[in-house]
Design a protein around this ligand. Structure first.
Ligand code: CMC
Length: 436
């Protein structure tokens, strides 16, 4: 963060003295006006619900240029990472700032695979859930419960604890997601197999049974790995900001990540992949491609409350680069599984085409986001729709923990404590109950 030569001057029309505010440059992207002393100088707060113009922290992890449709992890374009690297390399990059060489990758992967098992007690904890519980309800509970099992790595002020918690979380998330799935279908849990890749091991824990051998399909393994890479981080989105805010109180990393899981669940965020697939299935049931026009009219009608799920983004005002890569993976997976004529994929492409040509979407710069095609890929792989967001949580865990650890190491970090514009009642006295 570099102090800029210019300052921002805030003046008031009521004659109050104006104030000068420092301006900082980042390495790329918009400058920021430092308002930290504004309250002390003027007695005023700024007002920005939804953080439309507020940078909540400084960060060196992920950069998005929403107008260009560019996403960089530690400076590397997502297209290059998704094509030339795997998820383990991406995790190393996000956590430590550099891509590992071959020896570093082997060492890092070994550290992660050593922690893939979860405490056996987790099975009994899981048993408390209904069999039809939503996987995200289960995940919120299981991830929070990890802090009760790994006391030896919960001191957030200790860098070694932070590092071991990061590795534990990345290693155990696939095991927990697969356990949540196996529990809901009533199949035995499959223990991790550490000779498999991260994605291959996840597929094995999801789809193998103790009765027969399971061979990981390399196309599906690559698709899964890419889904993880594309979802690994996305700068200060709602769940990451939740993790930072939660962690800013000094709570342990497992509790902070559980807060992130809970936030991700919502349909405006990670839950959009599930909502998008449900939407496509609804349109398909209504009559498919022939009903797209009618559906679009509803989307454009503000009173209908219907949104085109998987479209639009707070930051991207151009094509989400992850959506392009996901569309590519979608074609590859459907081809490998002999599902080239998948009606939902055709429907999604038809919806996309109409939306990209329609004035409503063009004017508002609404483009497909990562969730538009990810559901189709996951459904083809055999992942049940309610599990989609849990897989997003699995992948985003590395981003959450990298951001959390970055915050704790930042000398400027303080407990997050927003202020408010109060619109409620002024002071009043309680009346006796008989007079109310
Ligand atoms: N369908 C129809 N209209 C939309 C959509 C959509 N998907 N998204 C935005 N709009 C309209 C919105 O109604 C508003 O119109 P107007 O200016 O006439 O009032 C305008 O576009 C601007 O939208 P906004 O709601 O002010 O934008 P936002 O930045 O607050 O919301 C969003 C971003 C992602 C929550 C929103 O686009 C949305 O709800 N999309 C559908 C859900 C979705 O796909 N979410 C996944 C996001 S990507 C994965 C992730 O990061 O979790």
């Amino acid at each position: 963060m570099k102090l800029a030569d210019n300052k921002a001057t805030l003046s008031f029309s009521n004659g109050s003295p104006s104030v000068d505010l420092p301006v900082y440059h980042g390495n790329v992207g918009p400058d920021v006006v430092d308002i930290r002393k504004l309250y002390a100088q003027t007695g005023m707060f700024t007002y920005d619900p939804g953080f439309l113009s507020t940078a909540s922290c400084q960060s060196a992890i992920t950069y998005i240029d929403g107008d260009k449709g560019e996403l960089l992890y530690r400076g590397y374009p997502i297209e290059q990472l998704a094509t030339n690297c795997d998820f383990m390399e991406t995790c190393h990059l996000l956590l430590y700032g550099n891509l590992p060489n071959a020896a570093g990758k082997t060492e890092f992967t070994k550290r992660v695979t050593q922690h893939t098992m979860v405490n056996e007690q987790m099975q009994f904890f899981l048993r408390g859930f209904r069999r039809d519980a939503h996987p995200m309800a289960i995940m919120t509970g299981l991830v929070g419960a990890l802090s009760a099992f790994y006391h030896d790595s919960t001191d957030i002020t200790n860098p070694e604890h932070r590092d071991i918690s990061a590795i534990r979380l990345i290693a155990k998330m696939p095991t927990l997601v697969a356990m949540a799935y196996k529990y809901t279908v009533g199949q035995p849990y499959m223990y991790p197999k550490n000779e498999l890749s991260y994605a291959g091991n996840f597929l094995h824990m999801m789809f193998a049974t103790p009765c027969e051998p399971y061979v990981v399909n390399p196309v599906i393994e690559r698709a899964m790995d890419r889904i993880f890479t594309l979802h690994a981080d996305h700068e200060q989105n709602a769940s990451t900001s939740t993790v930072r805010l939660c962690g800013s109180s000094g709570t342990n990393p497992f509790a902070a990540i559980a807060a992130g899981v809970a936030c991700l669940w919502g349909p405006a965020h990670g839950g959009a992949n599930e909502a998008c697939l449900n939407m496509l299935e609804d349109i398909q049931r209504m009559g498919g491609i022939s009903k797209v026009g009618e559906f679009m009219e509803k989307v454009k009608d503000k009173n209908s409350g219907v949104k085109l799920m998987g479209f639009g983004h707070r930051v991207y005002k151009n094509y989400d680069p992850r959506a392009k890569l996901m569309q590519e993976t979608c074609k590859e997976v459907l081809g490998a599984l002999g599902l080239e004529n998948d009606p939902l994929f055709k429907l999604a492409m038809a919806l996309e085409k109409i939306a990209l040509e329609d004035d409503y979407f063009v004017q508002r710069k609404l483009y497909p986001n990562v969730d538009f095609y990810s559901g189709i890929v996951q459904r083809a792989i055999g992942i049940p729709v309610p599990l989609f967001t849990a897989i997003f949580a699995l992948a985003r865990t590395v981003g959450w923990i990298a951001q959390l650890n970055e915050m704790i190491g930042d000398p400027e970090y303080k407990i997050g404590r927003p202020r408010q514009l109060f619109t409620g009642s002024e002071r009043r006295d309680v009346q006796p109950i008989s007079q109310r």
